[in-house]
Structure formats: C-alpha cells, structure tokens
Design a protein around this ligand. Sequence first.
Ligand code: TEU
Ligand code: CA
Length: 588
Amino acid sequence: MSDALTRRSVLKLSLASAAFGRFMLWTPQAQAATGHRWWKEAVVYQIFPRSFADSNGDGIGDLPGIIEKVDYLHSLGVTAVWLNPHYDTPNVDSGYDIRDYRKVNPDFGTMEDFDRLVAALRARGIRLIVDLVANHTSNEHAWFRESRKSRDNPYRDYYIWRDGRWFGAPPNNYPSIFGGSAWKEDEATGQYYMHSFAEAQPDLNWDNPRVRQEIYDIMRFWLDKGVDGFRMDTIAFISKPAGFRDLRPEELRRPDLVYADGPNLHNYIQEMNSAVLSGGDYLTVGEAFGVPFERTPLFVSEGRHELGMLFRFDVIHLGHGDWQLTPWGVPDLKAAIAGEDQSSGPDGWLTTFFENHDNPRSVSYFGDGSPASAKALALLLFARRGTPFIFQGQEIGMTNFPFKSVDEFEDLVVRGIWADAVTLRGESPKKVLDGIAVTSRDNSRTPMQWNADPKAGFTTGVPWFHVNPNTAQINVASEEGDPASVLAFYKRLIALRAAHPALIYGTFSDTDPGHPKVFALLRDDGQQRLLIVINFSAEVQPYHLPPALAAQEILIDTHGGAVSGAAVSGTDPQDLHPWQGRIYRLGA
Ligand code: TEU
Ligand code: CA
C-alpha cells in the first residue's frame, strides 16, 4: 500500500469512528492510533456568564440566560462551550476567586439550572467544559478561613505561609501578577501568605497531598455532573520552588517565567491525569501563561499524559504588555503564529484564539474595527492549526468599548496598573489611560449585543456593566438576517472546517512569511491541499497566487457568499480588496 493510501484509509477509518463515537461509547485506544480526537475537531465557544444573557432582569447574566441561547449556539455550529467560573464567589476577580467549588454562583442561578444547561447543550450536540481554578481560592473559602486562624490549624498547610524576613519585609521579592508584593501579612499569626494574583486569591499549597486530592475530588464532582473537560486557570503556576529565593532584576520583568517553572509542575499534572483525566476522553486546555516555547511539548505531547492542549499567549499578547504598546507588523503576527504552531512539537496539539475574557476585542486590536477585518480575523482563526476558541461576541464583530476615563473601568487589574504607573511611578495619566483603553480586558466584558436596543437585549433591568453604544449597528438580530454579516461568515467557516479534515488535521505552513500585508497559508492532510490567502490590511493588495499552487476552486471568500465553489484555473489574477481573504482548494 502506498503511503498516501495508508493515510487515506486511516483517515477514513478515524472519521467513521468519530461519527460512530457520537452514538457509542468512546474508545480512546482506537483514537490514539491516529491522534484523532473529538476535542481536536471541536469548535469551542467561550461564555463569560456575567455578560452573556440575563434572564431575570437583575442586570447580571445567568445560566437560565445561557439556556435561552442554546439554539443560537447550535445555529452557529459550535460543538463545545467553555464556561468562565460559575462558582460561588465574592467576585473580587470575576469569579476567579472561588469561595465554594461545589456551589453555583447565586447571581448565575442554582445547581438545577446548571444541570438543565448541561442537558440543553447535550440535546444539541454541544459539550460543556468548565473553568478549573486550582492555583488559588478566594480568601473567603472555608479552607482559608481555617488556615489563617493559627499555625497549627489542620488547614494551615493548604496554603503557603512563611515568616517575614524582618519587621515589615515579606519573605522574598516576588511580585504579584496584579501588582504589589505576592505576599500579604496576616494579623492572626503574623505570618505572610502567598498570592500570585490579588490579595483575595491566596495560592494553594500543591505540595500538600491533601490539597491535590481535594482538587481531584472537585474535578470528579463536575465530571459526574456531565461536563466534558476543563479549562485550567494559570495551571503552570501550581508548583512553587522550595526555597523562595529572590528574583533577579531581569526575572522581575517577567516573573511569570519563574512562576511557571516549579520543580513538581509536571509531576502534579501527571498525577492529576492518572487520578482523574485518564478515566475518559476529556477536553483539557491549560492556560500556559509564563510557559516558554520549548517547554510546551512537556504539557501536550501525547506520550506524557498531561493535557490535551494549551493556550499560549504569543499571538494574543503581540505588541502589548499590561498597558504599554509596542508597534508590530503583519510579519510579526506571522512569526508569532508560526512560533505557537511549531511549539506543540510533533505529537502535541494547541488552540487557536484571538480573544478571551482577559484581552481586548480582536477586531479593534488586530483589525481596524470594521466588519471586513473581523471576517479576515475569522479566516485566520480557522486557517491556523489547533482547536478554535471563539469568545462571545467575536462572531458578530463586537469591538472595544469607547472608554474615556479611568473611573469607567471595573477590573481590579486596571486599578493596580493605575496605582503602579500613575500614582507610584508618575507616568502621564493620559498615556496610561490610552494604553489601558486599547488593552484592558474590560473591553471584552461588556454585555453581549443581541439586538439594537440600548440595553442590547442583554437585560430588561440595569446592566451590570456598560453596553457598547455600537449595539445599534453591531448585534445578533441584524446580522442573523444578513448573508454578508460577520456572523454568517463564522457560520460558513465552522461548517467548512467540519467538512474539510485538512483544516483540522492538515499540516500548517506559511508560504510567504515575509510578505508585509498578505498571509498565504497552506494546510495539507495528504488528501487535500488548501491555500488560505488573506489581505491583512485596509488597502488593496495586488496578490497573485504562485503558479506552482494551481488553484482549483474557491471554498470561501470574505467578499461575497456567491463566489464560493467558483472554479478558478491556476493562478488567480485578481487584486485583493481591503481585508479580503479566501480559501482555495489546490490541485494535487
Ligand atoms: O489569568 C492568568 C493571567 O496571568 C492573566 O491575568 C493575564 O496575565 C492577563 O489577564 C493578561 O492577559 C487567569 C484568568 O484568565 C484571569 O481572568 C484571572 O484574573 C487570573 O487567572 C487569576 O485567576
Ligand atoms: Ca440575572
């Protein structure tokens, strides 16, 4: 049998078993032979519940609100949902400070609502993954309330307590990712506890086996409820160094690189895998903040039995730190994309995403705010190798919010930046505000724009956060009726990916990494070769297909639904309109 034939039959077999798997028990062994997995084929939709849909008019999005929108999700074609934290929380950091891991946030509903959500999604073939926040808890969690009481409390070792070095000086010079020291002195015992993020988010002590078992129990609890996996918050931070030495000056600029490299990190993830994850074929995606390229395969290489995929931040953080902006060009974006792609190693898998709840809107940051640039980004999202994640509102081209003053922000990170940059270091308030306005994660947290109403159809009450005034133009209701809308384009892309395995399992290569404006990306699964060409600029680009890449057919075009399926012969002599992109099927 020729190589190509072998590949073909293996592919057919695995596609057949993928279809089969929907109705029958999943067989991980059979899948492992080809590396095909449901979660590689999935298209995931991220929901930030507080801002998605409010069912009871209190101005806060909730689980019944999501249930009302499951048909919308189904019509979009997504096959999985990632829910940002839905647990009981004092809400210091939008639910990433969990008070009770087994209780639904009362703002969002009840456990019955959660069960109904799982069922409603499942009835439409959509799986659910939940957020696992295991590096830290809320300071109001029962474990921490016990832990801080006394040095000999049975929960003392659930957290990381150390003596200060001398009066008023923390145990070492670790900064918190959210600003200030990572140590907070606690009155009851006079010791300091560690918090990688906010003071209200004390870090758990993963070196304590009881803590690890608690987390595994929590994971089993939600798996038993029917969830299909986890997005693991800042998972690379869980293992802490024994000695807590001081960071060197150059390390202080990127403390996350040190925090994400604890001595037991991979032991713990492997233990979690064998204790919990090996029991099924779950979607697991680790937030890999701080993980350098070369360590990526340690998490995702199949043979290591750790995680299915990671979120890397090379692309989404291109050109910005906390708030400082550095200029970037299309070749830099190409390099970041190629870098992420290659970092997975030969048998690892990654994600493709341009937005999440921690970042600005991609159409504003990477594009020029126009629907045309939103479609170009959508095409680039699906051109990349990896499981695509779409953040709520991205599929209609939601933009950044027009923030005009620092008081309009909600995020504690903004307050931290302001205190550090303006108050402490004397930076110009205008400069800092301009930077925050472009980069703040509050941009992604404004209510979902369902219709043109000033409340966006998000709530009948007073929305908890500003509605973007452009909901008058950018909203689901108007785009649903428009075949040329961003929403319609996302639907076509999602369907196209499902129908073209080369877009899922095909190799990825950039055929023109130096071109200053145009992407020309090749996906090849041995059966089909697809060329994705995207004019990533607001100007016309005279781009011609290289003669070697004889195009047979246009599968999708950002400019006009009618042309898809149109035959082309060999090179295509047309200029590309601003932000125009196409997928060509190439000859053998
Ligand atoms: O984020 C971890 C993290 O490092 C981010 O805060 C990142 O540095 C920043 O947002 C820039 O993108 C996770 C959650 O995604 C975030 O929402 C939480 O605030 C944080 O953990 C603490 O739980
Ligand atoms: Ca509500």
